[in-house]
Design a protein around this ligand. Structure first.
Ligand SMILES: *Cc1c(COP(=O)(O)O)cnc(C)c1O
Length: 384
């Protein structure tokens, strides 16, 4: 008698935490100081080293980081911020949170990122900032982005939540530019469990970000305290910073492994002729210009394929998938601001058909084959 064990379920993402990181967290817990303290300072210093010595401030999450960036830039009621509809809804929610108006520009169907021509077309006298998102880690054309911003006198708040380790012409995203926001949420390439950081251009704005992060408090001497603005509460804890420090040490290794797995996806996709099934692969990494960190490997399903049915069949085959993201301008709240079907056709198509396949450092190339085989079988079955 033989027993056949099915391979374990393959999730679409899984964090890779090593023993040293777990010990680092235990050290914080035993230290007597568990909220913001020396580990946060160390994490910020390491991030600043990574980002060409620019000022960096850590936050409790990437959402708070972006909201702070908008406030630092002085964006509020009456201002328009141009962004994409294919993103985690936090991107638009923070624009609303500061009292400004989100304006969605359509995406480029190849990169799935905001279309910079559509950005230019959406600029009005009220536009104050551009908020691009680097979906799956792929940067937009950064030269063109900043040329548009300069020409129109706009701030740029980069939602680089997914783009740590990504590059533009060899330069790391975050090492240049205006305000650059990263997230260290659990599914991101490196994580603090929850966390984020903001890279800034000036020490003056970094001070503002610090004040916004903790109740607007300014301290002086041993007992002096003033409040200069009604700030919030979005500081990172030393527990989370210890996780981030452990993860940051492995950024290079993790980024390389993701690139290898993405390469394996392209090879297996070619062998299994996925494109003949109407499946569109992501744009490949090229040697110059935008270099993705492969935060996600996303395929576009054929327009007539029921995505939920494909996902169910793949799940039944032991393969997890994700949806990143439904077009957010069609959510009830954003409809209430006047957004409708037909306004952003490329984003709407992507929002219905993008599917995120498993990609995380501990995966094997065998897992890539499993994922592609499950995808092919599911697409064949739903097409029947
Ligand atoms: C994760 C993410 C965020 C939000 O970050 P949190 O840390 O979850 O608050 C914002 N934008 C994008 C594109 C993201 O992927």
């Amino acid at each position: 008698m033989s027993t056949v064990t099915a391979p374990a379920f393959l999730p679409f993402a899984r964090p890779a935490l090593d023993e040293a990181t777990i010990r680092g967290v235990a050290d914080v817990l035993e230290s007597g100081w568990i909220t913001s303290g020396p580990k946060v300072a160390e994490f910020e210093a390491e991030l600043s080293k990574l980002f060409a010595a620019r000022p960096v401030r850590a936050f409790a999450n990437g959402t708070a980081t972006m909201e702070t960036a908008l406030r630092v830039a002085g964006i509020g009621p009456g201002d328009e911020v141009i962004t994409t509809s294919i993103t985690w809804v936090a991107t638009a929610n923070v624009i609303v949170a500061v009292g400004a108006t989100p304006v969605f520009a359509d995406i480029d169907p190849t990169t799935r990122n905001i279309d910079l021509q559509a950005v230019e077309d959406a600029i009005t006298p009220r536009t104050r900032a551009l908020m691009p998102v680097y979906l799956a880690g792929l940067p937009v054309d950064m030269d063109r982005l900043y040329a548009i911003a300069r020409r129109h006198g706009l701030r740029v708040i980069e939602d680089a939540a997914q783009a740590i380790g990504s590059r533009w012409n060899e330069k790391l995203i975050g090492s240049f530019g205006d305000l650059v926001s990263f997230s260290f949420q659990a599914n991101k390439n490196i994580t603090c469990a929850e966390g984020g950081c903001l890279v800034l251009s000036s020490h003056f704005e970094a001070r503002r970000a610090e004040q916004l992060r903790l109740q607007g408090v300014v301290r002086s001497g041993l007992d002096g305290m003033d409040v200069v603005m009604p700030g919030g509460k979005s500081n990172l804890t030393d527990i989370n910073a210890a996780i981030g420090l452990g993860q940051l040490r492995r950024l290079g290794e993790v980024t390389r492994r993701r690139a290898e797995l993405a390469k394996a996806y392209f090879e297996v996709a070619r062998q299994m002729q996925l494109e003949d099934l109407g499946i569109v692969l992501p744009p490949p990494t090229r040697g110059q210009g935008a270099i993705t960190n492969w935060h996600m490997f996303q395929v576009m399903l054929p327009a007539n394929a029921q995505r939920a049915a494909v996902m169910q069949l793949m799940r039944d085959a032991g393969v997890g998938t994700g949806v990143h993201y439904p077009a957010l301008h069609l959510f009830s709240y954003y409809r209430s601001l006047g957004w409708r079907e037909g306004m952003l056709p490329q984003a709407e198509r992507a929002g219905r058909s993008l599917l995120t396949l498993p990609l995380f450092p501990a995966m094997s190339t065998g897992d890539v084959e499993r994922a592609c085989a499950a995808l092919a079988a599911a697409c064949r079955q739903v097409a029947r």
